[in-house]
Design a protein around this ligand. Sequence first.
Ligand code: PMP
Length: 381
Amino acid sequence: MIYFDNSATTKIEKTVLDTYNAASLNYFGNPSSLHKLGLKAYELLETSRKQIAELMGFKPYEVVFTSGGTEGNNWIIKGTAFKKREFGKHIITTSIEHPSVMNSMHQLEELGYEVTYLPVDKTGHVSADDLKNAIRDDTILVSTMAVNNEIGSIQPIHEMARVLDDYPNISYHVDGTQAIGKNIEDQFIDPRVDFYTFSGHKFHAPRGIGFIYMKAGKQLEPLMAGGGQEKNLRSGTENTPAIAAMARALRLLKQDEAKKANKMTKLKTELIEHIQSLPNTHVFSKLSDDFAPHIICFTIDGVRGETVVHTFEDRDIYISTTSACSSKKGLESSTLKAMSTPEKVATSAVRVSLDENNTEAEMKEFIKNLDEVHDHFQILN
Ligand code: PMP
């Protein structure tokens, strides 16, 4: 079996699962309970928060736990919009965001907010100049992803942050879900950013757990009303075992991060160079520094993406159409559309997404299978 669908989700690490199980059995108290079992769970929660903050270069009180990327994005976008509605109702985002951002924006539009969707160039990057030109007196929030989940383009976060230096009242949110642990933190961690979204299952933690960064002094309207957990920001009994497991997963992820990223880059290079040698193909992901090391989006021209996915599946190889979130719904790729890719080409797109555990042998095997699949479809065409 070759699993090359790590941007959809990653397999939980055995030691991370061990942490989850041990925490579930030994730290099962409710962190809000007054007795010693509650205190024990509370201590585990806060130790995990401290570890995550340290690994990310944040302060512990800037880390708030969520259920994952979708919740983080919904909360930061709507929580900011609601908090700042008296100052303005204009928001800027990009035309290549994840559905959790896009659909949050659409919901806000129905509530009377105005949203500007920045275009992208042919390589899937937004421009800081376009951001500057879109800013208005009533702009309250800018939300841009760090790494695009469909093609892997890294957005110019620092350039946009420098534009926003001149507008201190505008909140800046970056969706870092696909960017964490890929040795590209220097390209998207910026002191001007007020909020980041992260999700555990993209780095071998369990599903349904994540965290946001909320810069000290910033505010968000809570979306979950209840018992006031997470400093009254996000009510609901904390998922202590998953949080402890996520801290463990992040610790593992950060070990030898550069080495792991180099390994993925090597595999990505091998694959891209090989696809480029095949006729009737197109590669959207580039080998330049403004692309992440783990995502390769390409086409076998004239063959629908889902046909390619299932052909590989028959060979026990798992890849996806451009994003798992839209593939089952048969939605066309919003990123490729925003890049002005002709529909006929976009419907052929598939995504290979690597993790640090993928090997040279797997890539060789994948390439061998790709040659056969490609040959097969050339004959049929
Ligand atoms: N943002 C991006 C860029 C993503 O790739 C994803 C996951 N596909 C999400 C947000 C949503 O994360 P989650 O699955 O944890 O809700």
